[in-house]
Design a protein around this ligand. Structure first.
Ligand code: MN
Length: 284
């Protein structure tokens, strides 16, 4: 199989998110607004909190897309208006489809807040197709041991959250075709990913250094591949970690404002009106 040509490499920018999180963000930035169908990727931390100092995101709304939280260190409690209450622990993922509207909070658990410790994870925003922006909200949560894995020969692994990598398919049901995987690579190992032709394919390196289709990349760099047919092959001389993100481009207008991502300005105005008048979340 041929290798996919590389389009560009993005250097993630450090920025402070609303709640005070220090994040490393490949996009959105002044240069790259989004990479269809993905709207945002934030690496939260790693940050070491003293006892009583951990922070989170109190109640806020979303409409028109999905938020995905994947934790490597720390513990967060998620609550949302679908009724979901869940603790996300290291290696766990939550895939929340905001659809027509959800209000949620993600806060450090009481235990984590009291004791302090390391917080490290990712938040990904996934756009919804126009026809699915107003679907009913949905919450999917999986603990570390529920994620399916590819075991590599030297102790590395691929944790597959969604989509298929090296024959292993993740448990999350996505609204449009999509791949999300965490690669932990050790020296001498190789990961071969075969994203579908025409789909977006991204590799975000966040620990160590590796080579992707022969291109050297280090922590904080995102490789953006062309949409031509071809594989994406990761190798390393040391230990490194990366996220694989793949998805079918929606090819639709993106109008975003704060917590809402729609297709037109009128729909954004409607989202604000609905939120302010208490109609964002369907009454059950
Ligand atoms: Mn949120």
């Amino acid at each position: 199989m041929t290798l996919r040509p590389l389009d560009t490499i993005i250097n993630a920018e450090r920025t402070v998110e609303g709640g005070g999180f220090v994040v490393r963000r490949p996009f959105p930035t002044a240069r790259v607004s989004h990479i269809d169908p993905f709207l945002l990727l934030d690496e939260m931390g790693p940050v070491d909190y003293a006892p009583g100092k951990a922070i989170g995101a109190p109640e806020h709304p979303h409409r028109g897309f999905e938020t995905v939280t994947y934790l490597m260190h720390g513990a967060m409690e998620h609550r949302d208006t679908t009724g979901a209450v869940a603790t996300i622990r290291p290696g766990g993922v939550q895939w929340m489809t905001a659809g027509a509207g959800v209000i949620h909070s993600e806060l450090p658990t009481d235990d984590f807040l009291r004791a302090g410790g390391r917080m490290h994870g990712f938040q990904l925003w996934v756009n919804l197709p126009a026809a699915a922006k107003m679907i009913a909200p949905r919450y999917q949560g999986f603990d570390a041991e529920e994620l399916r894995r590819v075991q590599l020969p030297n102790g590395g692994e691929v944790r597959v959250v969604a989509g298929t990598v090296m024959g292993v398919t993740g448990a999350v049901e996505t609204t449009s075709p999509m791949t999300y995987a965490h690669v932990l690579l050790r020296a001498g190992e190789e990961v071969r990913w075969s994203p579908e032709a025409g789909h977006t394919a991204l590799v975000h390196v966040f620990d160590g250094a590796l080579s992707v289709n022969g291109h050297a990349a280090e922590s904080g760099q995102m490789l953006v591949f062309s949409r031509m047919a071809g594989d994406v092959v990761l190798t390393t001389n040391g230990e490194s970690q990366a996220l694989l993100l793949g998805g079918k481009p929606l090819g639709e207008p993106v109008v975003r404002y704060g917590p809402f991502v729609m297709n037109t300005r009128e729909e954004i105005k409607q989202a604000f009106d609905d939120y302010q008048s208490g109609r964002l979340v369907a009454k059950t």
